[in-house]
Write a new protein. Structure first.
Ligand SMILES: Nc1ncnc2c1ncn2[C@@H]1O[C@H](COP(=O)(O)OP(=O)(O)O)[C@@H](O)[C@H]1O
Ligand SMILES: [Mg+2]
Length: 268
């Protein structure tokens, strides 16, 4: 089966794009067939591959709204086995264009359906907002990765995301669950860091990834060069930590469907 992860957090700057690109790249470098879907009007995932977002003929928007076949939209990347469904500012018109359309929350799920035989993993990079883009991503997904920075109000933000995910699970996608909350840009010199991580772990237990991602300036450099962190500097802290994250994701997905609930949970 294809594992599909929405990478979400309604806050900006929590390393959603960095995480989506790193995980997608590493999985592909390990020989998996991977699709990265850029659902953010900022097009940062697309830019990470040195693609000029202003020159794109088609983006995910054209598939979501105009029914353009994904085959006409997908791009190959510098990494073998990694394809990109690019995004740009046109995506910001999605809500308005889909407002009175059928299956407006299921558009991405419907589009990805035909691609499932061709991919082992799909990563969906989401915008820092509510609305139909993240809803479509969550409806299409089997799991959710929530990158967050250990800061003040982190738990409040997390409760909102957990509520949104729970609502989508109840109403639109019964198999959905949080695969993992991922602490990113962790700076252990800050006083707030350890207590915040502890508090979230106490509250969400196994839904928090064991590994964390520290501050690493190489990530910015890799972005500037249009390369994944693994191609740019495999020995960097971020490359090593993201590789550990991918191992953790593989373990979780090998243990079954990422959103799978235990018998006990199902009958609660
Ligand atoms: N672990 C990290 N260490 C240092 N900088 C990081 C790290 N993760 C992300 N960044 C940088 O932080 C900024 C925001 O990250 P990004 O992935 O674009 O967040 P989001 O997609 O959630 O808005 C980018 O400039 C990115 O290069
Ligand atoms: Mg982003």
């Amino acid at each position: 089966m294809t594992h599909i992860f929405a990478v979400v957090n309604q806050k900006g700057g929590t390393a959603k794009t960095t995480t989506a690109v790193a995980v997608a790249s590493k999985l592909a470098l390990m020989g998996k067939r991977v699709l990265l879907v850029d659902m953010d009007p900022q097009g940062n995932s697309t830019m990470s591959f040195d693609i000029d977002v202003t020159l794109l003929e088609h983006t995910v928007f054209d598939a979501l709204v105009h029914g353009i076949p994904m085959q006409n939209i997908l791009l190959s990347t510098t990494i073998k086995g990694l394809h990109l469904a690019p995004g740009n500012v046109s995506l910001s018109k999605t809500d308005i264009n889909l407002a009175d359309k059928d299956r407006k929350q299921f558009r991405l799920k419907d589009i990805l359906q035909g691609l499932l035989p061709f991919y082992d993993y799909m990563l969906i990079d989401c915008p820092p907002s509510y609305g139909l883009l993240p809803v479509n991503a969550l409806v299409a997904s089997t799991g959710v990765i929530v990158p967050m920075v250990p800061q003040y109000f982190a738990l409040e933000g997390l409760k909102q995301i957990a509520n949104s995910i729970e609502n989508i699970r109840k109403e639109l996608n019964p198999g959905l669950d949080i695969t993992g909350i991922l602490f990113c840009m962790v700076d252990s010199r800050l006083k707030i860091t350890d207590p915040t991580i502890r508090m979230v772990r106490d509250h969400y237990h196994k839904k928090v990834f064991d590994c964390t991602i520290g501050i690493c300036s190489k990530l910015n450099e890799a972005n500037l060069m249009g390369k994944s962190i693994f191609e740019y500097d495999e020995q960097s802290r971020a490359a090593k930590e993201y590789a550990v994250l991918v191992d953790e994701i593989l373990q979780k997905t090998q243990n079954g469907y990422p959103g799978k609930r235990t018998e006990k949970e199902l009958h609660k």
